[in-house]
Design a binder for this molecule. Structure first.
Ligand code: FES
Ligand code: FE2
Length: 447
């Protein structure tokens, strides 16, 4: 399909720029780009829906979205996770409006059609009287999301029945998901209720920030260093490795430095360490032992951060947590964030609570770092909607700078894990790979 002026030659021009570390600013906010992203990215790829612990028992459900498609994620009576389009098959009403709960059946508020956990239409008000016996109810089951698969308890759905297997799509990201999500005997659980909020920005701005921009911490989050609730060195997020993975994914591993007095394994309780030895291979164990922070993005819009933050004053110890979030595209300049705090099921209760508090204070909707970021991302979108920045011709020098490290910083072959690892986190390598993947997706099917 062709959208406005977004034809193949224009997109090829963007690709050539992206390969040279330059991004046209209109790419953030252009309405045609947004439509093309919905069609060529979000409708085609894997989208994160939720964690298995959120739908642990039969009848447990959560309501989620794949971009603009509402999804009802349910554990059915047989214990299998099902994902349905959350829209009644009679007149299309959004069937379930609660965020989460437990039910035996879902009854539509419009005319009262009822669907069981298997998605079958089991009840019709005035049933046979109005439709007669001949209407085949099995034709009117809830519509299934075509593909649902999970890895390390993370459930993904795809609207594309021909999408590659989830594990192929995740590729080398699996190795890093193992570190964050598969290190304990019983995996992770979601603590608290996932929070949702809206930011007036574009989804790529936040995905690119989490994926490839530890550079901003020295300025945007400087006050948290001064308050003593982030690691003491303002450049803390530069030390470590930026790792470019396939399919547009990327992760930064900020390593522990002796002078920062950060304990091994991100300060997780020592009683848990033998468990890490059991569940990780020796290379993963060694990487995890020396990790202070992980932050990254799983293409397109599932980001994560596992940092160390304090809830008290400068002398209080920092506590780590694992936060996953989806940047759901609403419009070219607005996103809905859904944010999950995950914690090892096997962790002591005191650590789980400390980890949750550390998360809420920093990356919860009112958290210090979250507020810093949201303000800046809003400003990027705000400043990208005018005549000059939307111009697709070449009247203005209309590209943004993704040049950091290009042709200057070489990969470090001694990195023991998968991916192409560079020996610093102040680098635009992941961002470049993210936008290269993005433009390849847009070019696919372009006329
Ligand atoms: S729209 Fe759901 S029962 Fe009519
Ligand atoms: Fe940030």
């Amino acid at each position: 399909m062709k959208y406005g002026k977004l034809d193949r030659s224009l997109l090829e021009n963007v690709r050539a720029k992206v390969q040279r570390g330059l991004l046209p600013q209109w790419a953030f906010t252009d309405p045609d780009v947004f439509q093309a992203e919905l069609e060529r990215i979000f409708a085609k790829t894997w989208n994160f829906l939720g964690h298995e612990s959120e739908v642990a028992r039969p009848g447990d459900y959560v309501t989620r979205w794949i971009a603009r498609d509402p999804v009802l994620l349910v554990r059915d009576a047989e214990g299998k996770v099902q994902a349905y389009l959350n829209s009644c098959t009679h007149r299309g009403t959004k069937l379930c409006t609660a965020d989460f709960g437990n039910k035996k059946a879902f009854t539509c508020p419009y005319h009262g059609w009822t669907f069981n956990l298997a998605g079958e239409l089991t009840g019709i008000v005035a049933g046979n009287k109005v439709y007669g016996k001949e209407m085949d109810r099995s034709q009117w089951s809830l519509r299934k999301i075509p593909r649902v698969e999970s890895y390390q308890g993370m459930i993904f759905g795809s609207l594309n029945e021909h999408v590659e297997p989830l594990e192929t799509f995740l590729g080398d990201m699996k190795w890093y998901f193992d570190l964050m999500l598969g290190r304990s005997d019983h995996g992770m659980e979601v603590r608290g209720i996932p929070q949702r909020w809206i930011i007036h920005t574009n989804w790529k701005i936040s995905a690119d920030n989490f994926g490839g921009d530890p550079y901003h911490t020295a300025m945007t989050h400087r006050s948290t260093v001064e308050l003593g609730i982030s690691p003491k060195d303002p450049m803390y997020a530069s030390y470590g490795y930026q790792i470019v993975l396939d399919n547009g994914h990327g992760i930064n591993i900020v390593t522990r430095r002796k002078d920062m007095n950060v304990p091994p394994f991100q300060g997780l309780p020592q009683a848990m360490w033998p468990m890490f030895e059991r569940n990780l291979d020796p290379v993963q164990l060694d990487v995890f032992r020396n990790t202070m922070i992980t932050v990254g993005n799983c293409f397109p819009n599932l980001s994560f951060v596992s940092p160390m933050h304090g809830t008290g004053g400068p002398d209080e110890p920092l506590t780590s947590f694992v936060n996953f979030r989806v940047w759901r595209p609403l419009t070219p300049t607005s996103i809905e964030v859904t944010s999950w705090l995950m914690v090892d099921k096997d962790a002591p209760e005191a650590f789980k609570e400390a980890s949750y508090l550390s998360y809420v204070g920093s990356f919860g909707p009112a958290g210090t770092l979250e507020q810093d970021d949201a303000e800046i991302w809003t400003r990027v979108a705000e400043a990208s909607q005018g005549w000059m920045t939307q111009d697709k011709d070449v009247h203005y020098n209309n590209v943004l700078n993704y040049l950091m490290g290009l042709d200057r910083v070489e990969p470090d072959p001694s990195w023991p894990g998968p991916g192409v690892a560079y020996p610093t986190c102040y680098l635009d390598a992941i961002s470049r790979a993210f936008y290269e993947r993005w433009i390849e997706c847009l070019l696919d099917d372009a006329i």
